[in-house]
Design a protein around this ligand. Structure first.
Ligand code: SF4
Length: 236
């Protein structure tokens, strides 16, 4: 895989005028700095699902675990339509070999955590994930995913970028020499990095690799990458 790393991103962060009010949320760090090293795959759930610009603002209402997506004033329910669209968009994204995704924070469609969920009487209470953001996390649990708000924290940003690069190396490994010997070499290359994040994950993965012959290749790879990404998520 010789091409640049691909990262998914909410299109308003790229400066596209797709927000409900006709504006954008251009993030200069993402477009001008990180953008030098990656290819963006832009996604705007609300516009790609078929809503116009400008449009009535929406919010999440109901249970934080399974909220509904409603327009604020006229209460039009877009939940099912957005879920259906998200399902086919996620299938399309599977083919992109993404190494991460940066979501717009607080959006009822794109947010991944801390999105306000309102009661039927309009009181914001608990917080959840936007309809597309939540579906993405369920479909791609291993992929590094952050929102623009959290990426302003230098430690979280460094952690995200590190995971993106490791994930890309994993995809390259899986597409190339994915033999047992190759896995040992991959593990050797990453073991100090992993140890800096979590000695416990380092120990568990060392044991997994040492006992690797007990598993089918697919099973071994799936256990390995899941634990590696879990360990790297912990701040060093
Ligand atoms: S937050 Fe998501 S849905 Fe809203 S404008 Fe940005 S990309 Fe589109």
């Amino acid at each position: 895989m010789g091409e640049k790393i691909k990262i998914g991103i909410s299109r308003c962060l790229l400066g596209e005028n797709v927000r409900y009010d006709g504006g954008h949320k251009l993030d200069h760090y993402l477009t001008e700095t990180l953008g030098m090293y990656v290819d963006w795959v832009g996604v705007c759930p609300e516009v790609e699902y078929g809503l116009p610009v400008p449009r009535e603002a929406m919010r999440l209402v109901g249970e934080p675990g399974s909220p509904r997506l409603l327009t604020i004033r006229t209460k039009v329910d877009h939940t099912e339509g957005m879920k259906k669209w998200a399902h086919s968009k996620l299938k399309e994204l599977e083919k992109e070999n993404l190494c991460g995704f940066i979501f717009k924070s607080k959006s009822p469609s794109s947010g991944i955590k801390g999105v306000k969920v309102y009661s039927e009487t309009g009181v914001p209470s608990k917080s959840g994930a936007g309809i597309f953001g939540g579906a993405f996390l369920n479909r791609f649990p291993l992929l590094p995913a952050e929102d623009d708000g959290r990426l302003h924290d230098p430690q979280l940003r460094e952690n995200f970028i590190e995971r993106v690069f490791v994930y890309r190396r994993w995809l390259d490994f899986a597409a190339g020499d994915s033999s047992m010997k190759g896995l040992v070499a991959f593990h050797t290359d990453h073991k100090f990095l992993l140890m800096a994040h979590s000695p416990e994950h380092y120990r568990r993965l060392g044991k997994l690799v040492a006992e690797g012959k007990k598993y089918r290749r697919e099973e071994l790879h799936s256990k390995y990458i899941r634990q590696l990404m879990d360990g790297l998520r912990l701040l060093a």
